[in-house]
Design a protein around this ligand. Structure first.
Ligand code: PHE
Length: 343
């Protein structure tokens, strides 16, 4: 019987040796060591043996059993190792491959410019204020000294939405809202979209303005000039200067149009792309708040005074980035926007 066990054992070891995969190993294990396996079958004859032989056969059987188990698990470890090596080979990461590009979005140049302008004025203590785009005729015109029959209404082709309701044509409407809702000192900077019935390369029916308003005791024209000079240098560079040309807006007296000297050529290049050789860029309208606005809002007009200004944000962005056609700004073209990587 010991011989039989030995033959069985040797056969099993040989089978393990030539096994081709983990599943084959499992088959061998079941066919030899399993409950109905050959070794178990063989050991069933143990009972017929004499008490002298039984322990010897038993010991031999155990020895073979251990040998086979050891061989099985050694072979299995080998197969596992091979499998792992193959997986690793298949799944290696090539660190020299170029990475997938993640395209960073860019803020629209108008958003960037708006934020920059607000940031500059907030350094001077101006608070951000906004107002509704759908506005009353009263807030947009009447209260800023443009009554219904005033010829100045011609300057701003208005979209009316109904009687007395319109799309605001100027952020000056926010001046009214501010003066009606707070007492002096008022120091606000108000960006927003405005609407006029006008459409070509330099005009869009929707564009953006930013309004500034400062009302307090003793505000003078020189405060306006100093403030605008500071702004111009912050946004266009240290070297620029400004000039005020007398102009008319019904809500200021005196009123001015403000030019900034060309930050690119300073007037020295007759063929300058930015200023077209004039040396100056018109950037905004401004002036001293008309006393009538203060009176209408219930301010003591003999005690307080103020200045106001309004500028086109789109125009500033176009000058800064040398954009030639305003329509590009509103084209929704991502290739256009992506050129203006955000700071
Ligand atoms: N609201 C004027 C415009 O749209 C600009 C302006 C604002 C002028 C404030 C003077 C003072 O043209």
């Amino acid at each position: 019987m010991i011989d039989q066990i030995q033959r069985l054992g040797e056969k099993a070891l040989a089978a393990v040796e030539s096994a081709t995969g983990v599943s084959v190993l499992e088959e061998i294990r079941i066919s030899i060591l399993g409950k109905k396996g050959e070794l178990s079958e063989c050991l069933r004859g143990l009972a017929q043996l004499s008490a002298l032989e039984r322990p010897k056969v038993g010991a031999a059987a155990n020895e073979w059993k251990t040998k086979i188990e050891t061989a099985l698990s050694a072979k299995k470890a080998l197969f596992d190792e091979q499998a792992l090596a193959e997986t690793l080979k298949r799944e290696t990461i090539d660190l020299t491959l170029p990475a997938r590009r993640h395209r960073l979005g860019a803020l629209h140049p108008i958003t960037q410019t708006t934020r920059r302008i607000v940031e500059i004025f907030s350094k001077l203590g101006f608070d951000l204020m906004t107002g509704p785009e759908v506005e009353t005729d009263y807030m947009c015109f009447e209260a800023v000294n443009i009554p219904a029959d005033h010829p100045a209404r011609d300057m701003q082709d208005t979209f009316f939405l109904g009687t007395g309701v319109l799309l605001r044509t100027q952020t000056t409407s926010i001046q009214t809202r501010a003066l009606r809702s707070q007492s002096y000192p008022v120091r606000i900077i108000c960006p927003g979209a405005v609407y006029r019935n006008d459409h070509d390369a330099t005009h869009s029916p929707m564009f953006h303005q930013v309004e500034g308003l400062f009302v307090d005791r003793g505000v003078k024209m020189s405060d306006l000039k100093g403030t605008l000079e500071f702004f111009a240098r912050e946004i266009f560079g240290e070297k620029v200067g400004i000039r005020l040309r007398p102009s008319y807006f019904p809500f200021v007296e005196p009123g001015a149009e403000v030019d900034v000297s060309c930050f690119r050529c300073a007037g020295k290049d007759a063929s300058c792309r930015v200023c077209k050789g004039t040396g100056w860029l018109e950037i905004l309208g401004a002036g001293m708040v008309h006393p009538r606005l203060l009176e209408l809002a219930g301010y003591p007009a003999d005690e307080v005074s103020g200045f106001a200004f309004g500028m086109g944000i789109d125009r500033i962005a176009m000058i800064l980035h040398e954009i030639s056609d305003l329509r590009l700004m509103f084209s929704g073209e991502s290739r256009f926007v992506s050129q203006f990587s955000s700071p």
